[in-house]
Design a protein around this ligand. Structure first.
Ligand code: BES
Ligand code: MN
Ligand code: ZN
Length: 495
């Protein structure tokens, strides 16, 4: 998809499709619709609500007089004052999904006038790249096609600086492709992304982006005493992998940010076997790892002036003959012992090792992402991630970054009493406690392994996966929080 910006009269643009937004306060029609007949038609359709200004609504008009493009798509944008980075992204996805079902030539998108032109342009491009890629990896015929050209049109009178907007679009494209990488990895069938296959793929993607990559095999993982990762891996014929990614954008002496991802390539529950319906989406249980890897490819391609390290714990949770059993005790990387009381609480076991190891490298902050608990989905629904932290500043950094890009998090408490139910009679702690506040109990478990470092945990069990299709989102892996992580790295690079 060729992406470019052109300052021109939208009515005269030589494109197959022209897309324009409609704010609740108009103007309807926009000033560049000049033919009186076309102006009247547009105004009547708005009046009769056949053209809607609600976000998610979009209507096509064909053969409008005075408009060179054969087809016009009018997309609802809601109230102008509420239009933000998230709305621009959603608009881009909607356009991509709506028009990407067939091969298209040039698609012209009139830049909505709501301030922050570079930011809006960047998010529109991200969204269009995401929307023109569908989840149908294994379809015989592709269900979605990238546009030949995506042209952002600055209409006459726009005060935006085309050079700045152009740069923002190029950066937006990098992030859009990273989101698609995360989605693709999540949407892969589990047999095609066993820990070793996934590590191979990430090695290739990360290497191409300019990241340093190190992959540990099972023998190395054993030498490094990652008892949690080995415990979970024991039930599978597939050995685990542990991947470290380095981006050194700020020089070797500068401090670094650590990102940790849960990479369970399939979660059957282990001996605490899940019922079949609960297993249907469990190929997505490696979303945290996919998102960290994808965000780091974007951070590298953007050449952000920061140091970031990514840690991905990859494993299959199966119920083979050597599977860990209830009552087994694991010795974790940081020396603590854990009594396994539910083999389906496996995410915290592998994150414990990854967080301990990440903490040893003395990062300034750590953030982990994990599809960790169904309890978090019960608490916050499918679109909001649970945010947990041992440090207010780190929590705020994550919250502000997410809000700035239009992703949703909600902080939950971590008071000391939530730790009590994790007490074990035989070991330092158990891997499960009270089911009430289960997402918080899980976060308290993780806290035992962060070595007192400033740390935040995002429970993305809800937002990582979309059950069904909607105008601005495909079903399947969502690539959520790639934008947030890139934004955080940008913030960390600010002096
Ligand atoms: N991967 C699941 C959590 C999950 C559930 C993600 C639903 C996405 C959708 C996790 O490993 C798990 O099984 N958690 C258990 C924990 C329990 C045994 C304490 C859960 O949430 O039921
Ligand atoms: Mn599980
Ligand atoms: Zn899991």
């Amino acid at each position: 998809m060729q992406i470019r910006i052109v300052a021109e009269d939208p009515a005269g643009a030589d494109v197959a499709w022209l897309v324009t937004g409609l704010f609740e306060d108009g103007p309807a029609p926009p000033a560049w619709v000049r033919e009186p007949a076309a102006r009247e038609l547009f105004a009547n359709l708005v009046e009769s609500k056949d053209l809607s200004a609600s976000p998610g609504d979009a209507s096509a008009l064909h053969g409008m007089s005075g408009i060179r493009a054969a087809s016009l798509l009018v997309a609802g944008l809601g109230p102008r004052e509420a239009f933000d980075a998230g709305s621009a992204f959603d608009l881009g996805v909607l356009v991509g999904k709506r028009l990407g079902g067939r091969p298209r030539g040039a698609v012209g998108l009139v830049l909505p006038e709501a301030g922050m032109p570079a930011e809006v342009a960047s998010r529109l491009v991200q969204g269009a790249i995401v929307g023109t890629a569908g989840p149908g990896l294994a379809k015989s015929e592709p269900a979605r096609y990238a546009f030949e050209e995506l042209r952002l049109i600055l209409p006459p009178g726009s005060t935006a600086d085309p050079a700045l907007v152009d740069r923002a679009m190029a950066r937006g494209a990098i992030v859009g492709r990273a989101i698609n990488l995360a989605r693709e990895l999540v949407n892969l069938p589990p047999a095609r992304k066993t820990p070793r296959l996934l590590a191979d793929r990430i090695r290739i993607e990360a290497g191409a982006a300019g990241l340093e990559v190190e992959v540990w095999d099972e023998a190395r993982i054993r030498r490094e005493r990652f008892g949690g990762l080995l415990g979970v891996a024991a039930g599978s014929d597939e050995p685990p992998s542990f991947v470290t990614l380095h981006w050194n954008g700020a020089g070797p002496e500068a401090p670094h940010l650590a990102l940790v991802g849960k990479g369970v390539t399939f979660d059957s529950g282990g001996l605490s076997l899940k019922p079949s319906a609960s297993m249907e989406d469990m190929k997505a249980d490696m979303s945290g790892a996919a998102i960290v890897a994808a965000a780091m490819t974007a951070i590298a391609r953007l050449r952000l002036p920061v140091n970031v390290r990514g840690y991905l714990a990859l494993v299959e949770n199966m119920s083979g003959g050597r599977a860990m059993k209830l009552g087994d005790v694991l010795s974790m990387r940081n020396g603590k012992t854990v009594e396994v009381m539910n083999t389906d609480a496996e995410g915290r076991l592998i994150l414990a090792d990854a967080l301990s190891f990440a903490a040893e490298q003395a990062p300034t902050r750590m953030v982990d992402l994990a599809t960790l608990t169904g309890s978090c989905v019960v608490a916050l629904g499918t679109k909001v991630a649970g945010l947990f932290a041992n440090d207010d500043e780190t929590a705020e950094l994550v919250r502000e970054s997410a809000t700035a890009v239009g992703e949703r998090v909600w902080r939950l408490p971590m008071d000391g009493d939530f730790r009590e139910s994790l007490k074990s009679p035989v070991a330092d702690l158990k891997n499960v406690g009270s089911k009430w506040g289960g997402a918080i109990v899980a976060a308290k478990f993780l806290e035992e392994f962060v070595g007192g470092r400033p740390w935040a945990h995002l429970d993305i069990a809800g937002p990582a996966w979309a059950e069904s299709d909607s105008p601005a989102r495909d079903a399947g892996g969502t690539g959520c929080f790639v934008r947030t992580l890139v934004r955080m790295a940008e913030e960390a690079g600010e002096p």
